[in-house]
Design a binder for this molecule. Sequence first.
Ligand SMILES: *[C@@H]1O[C@H](CO)[C@@H](O)[C@H](O)[C@H]1NC(C)=O
Ligand SMILES: *[C@@H]1O[C@H](CO)[C@@H](O)[C@H](O)[C@H]1NC(C)=O
Length: 297
Amino acid sequence: MGSLVALCVLTVVLGFVKTELQNKEFTLGGNLTLKPAALTSSITSITWKHDDNLLAEQLTSDSKPDYYPPNEVRISLNFKTGELSIIKLTEKDAGKYYVEINNVIQNVGYQVKIIKRVTAPTVVVPPLACSETSTNCTVDCQGDVTGAGTVRYFWKEDDGDWKESAKRKEIKNDADMQTIKEFFCKVKNSVSDEESPATKNPFYKPETSSSVGYIVAGILIILGVIVIGAAVAYKKGFFWKCVQKTYKTTGKSYAEAAKLLIKPKESNSPATGADGGSATEPAIKSDPAPTPSPEPL
Ligand SMILES: *[C@@H]1O[C@H](CO)[C@@H](O)[C@H](O)[C@H]1NC(C)=O
Ligand SMILES: *[C@@H]1O[C@H](CO)[C@@H](O)[C@H](O)[C@H]1NC(C)=O
């Protein structure tokens, strides 16, 4: 008697295992493919059922599959692998799918949901509740998620990482928050995800001390470049004028006039060759301009 009860319980348990369904979500308008669990032998006959209705069946390897209703053109069955495919899914394709292979109902079935893709959300900042002077406020990631199944929400600040969070998010007007320029949110379901455009953080303060510091540093660098540039230009111009003056007063060529200016010591004895040059050359770059002063102007 006890063993009979045990057998009944076992049967019920096995029966339950047989009808256990795996959840699957597919996109409305998209395609579905369902595979039987690993096969132990090759298929000699196969039947797919949708809820309690016959959907696709092929009873011998050399026959063609039958589909139901017979005018259904969206379904296809692969006799070798047992895979069932349906294209252009509609909401009516949702439900329970069972497969029977070689006259044995398989212990893996599917509970199919047909869901919509999510649409791009927007971050909504309530204008009255969220001003620069608020201590805190709640921002909302709004998008159309009807028929999209289970959705998850993610948030991002400026170039930061996406972090999973709730649809609505409280932000506090503190020093950290004031450094953030923009928010983004993202909605995700099992078949799609979409990001919002950037939304301005109502608490952002551009004039923080560090940013002022960067601006001041930037201005100083630019000023420095201008001053150095002007000095170089001035020196070059000055040197050139001296060359011209020397050219006019001495009647020498520009090149010789320039040499005279660069090597003032040799100017009195032009015969001096190049060997004196190497000794005086290091002085050239440090002050080429003051040298023409002995020349008559
Ligand atoms: C669905 O399957 C058909 C036929 O195989 C293919 O042409 C189409 O691109 C598929 N659609 C999607 C969204 O994968
Ligand atoms: C947020 O602000 C409201 C009033 O604007 C206040 O009642 C609430 O306590 C604040 N929440 C936090 C966490 O500071």
